[in-house]
Design a protein around this ligand. Structure first.
Ligand SMILES: *Cc1c(COP(=O)(O)O)cnc(C)c1O
Length: 368
């Protein structure tokens, strides 16, 4: 059995005891909201991303929404990828912006040329999604944004620790949103999120926005909301953030080993190694012919492979009002038909890699 989920291994008994002690100390202080560890996490997260400001918020979806709110008012139009998790689109729409998609390339990442083609006089913002923890082509996207005077908000939910050309995901845009969801690379025991930005104005605005617009106990500057990060979650995130590099290295090792073992299986496209930076391998997604059959074959041999995700955003029932039809974004649609995520987390062993690669080879060639 090679499971996709690793939470029970990550939080084994000794780790749980350590974390419960952290929680106990916070409870003893009664320091539950915006407490000491929130500030500590913000400082550590800013350092990892190489930015001046990080702000802890309630979840990754809020992080994106708060970024949008902090970078503009009035009518806004955001171009993003149709190949993402629902939260990318819902943050845009719930944030009061209109939603426009631009197709991805074969690597699942938004295509800069498609962004250019989607720009209208009403476009205000580009929201690239660093899918699978692989950085989008940020140098090209930053150049387009500059030419057209657009904001860039990075959906970096899957990309803590990634960089391109030496600059971290979260440090390219005007602001970026990260998620601390249990299934993300730096994860907590519930929900959490982080905003990063280089702008002191945006940082100061989001700090108030997440806490009712308050400037002090007795005064509020504007009607904000409650999107605070719990102190307990911040303490857990701090602990997990310290383990990030080791976690990415293990994933990279497993990803490269799978690439090597799957070379020559013509029905499978493996993800290219990251040349000019670091990918976190949040997902190791191959593109496979007869994907559903392959997934069932792997499952029948005890290997949990997952589809992230079978239906792109523009073909979701929620997007029907936008009027996109099948064929609108052919690359995203092909990716959705063919994508299959294999487990590469830190608890996957070299033997597991051999077993997975052997089964995939056997599925297509009849020989292990
Ligand atoms: C997980 C995720 C989010 C949302 O994060 P939550 O913390 O679950 O709200 C947004 N975008 C992408 C690409 C994600 O994977």
């Amino acid at each position: 059995m090679i499971p996709y989920s690793y939470l029970s291994q990550q939080f084994a008994a000794a780790d749980r005891a350590e974390i419960l002690a952290l929680i106990d100390a916070i409870a003893a202080r009664g320091d539950f909201t915006l407490g000491r560890e929130v500030g500590e996490l913000e400082a550590a997260f800013a350092k990892v991303c190489g930015v001046d400001h990080a702000i802890g918020v309630a979840n990754g979806t809020d992080a994106l929404e708060l970024c949008l709110e902090a970078t503009g008012f009035g009518e806004r139009q955001v171009i993003t990828s149709p190949f993402s998790f629902y939260a990318t689109a819902s943050a845009i729409v719930r944030g009061g912006c209109s939603l426009v998609f631009a197709d991805v390339g074969p690597d699942f990442l938004i295509d800069p040329e498609a962004i250019e083609a989607a720009i209208t006089p009403w476009t205000t913002t580009i929201m690239p999604v660093h899918w699978a923890g692989r950085p989008c082509d940020m140098p090209a996207i930053a150049a387009i944004a500059k030419d057209h005077s657009l904001d860039v908000i990075e959906d970096a939910a899957q990309a803590v620790g990634a960089n391109i050309a030496g600059r971290a995901c979260g440090a390219w845009g005007d602001a970026a949103g990260f998620s601390l969801h249990p299934l993300k690379t730096v994860n907590v025991w519930g929900d959490g999120g982080v905003v990063t930005t280089g702008s002191p104005d945006a940082a100061s605005y989001i700090r108030k926005l997440r806490n009712h617009g308050m400037v002090d106990r007795d005064h509020t500057l504007f009607w904000g909301r409650n999107s605070r990060l719990d102190t307990i979650q911040a303490a857990i995130a701090l602990r997990e953030l310290a383990r990030l590099d080791g976690r990415i290295e293990a994933r990279n090792r497993n990803a490269m080993a799978l690439n090597e073992r799957l070379a020559g299986v013509g029905e499978v496209l493996t993800p290219a190694p990251m040349e000019n930076g670091r990918c976190t391998w949040y997902l190791y997604a191959i593109r496979a012919q007869r994907r559903d059959e392959l997934q069932a074959w792997l499952e029948s041999h005890g290997i949990e492979a997952k589809v992230h995700y079978p239906v792109p955003l523009h073909l979701q029932p929620a997007a029907e009002y936008l009027g996109y039809k099948r064929g609108a974004f052919p690359v995203a649609e092909a990716c959705a038909d063919e994508t299959l995520s294999l487990p590469v987390h830190e608890f996957v062993t070299a033997d597991d890699i051999d077993i997975m690669a052997g089964l995939i080879r056997q599925f297509y060639t009849g020989r292990a």
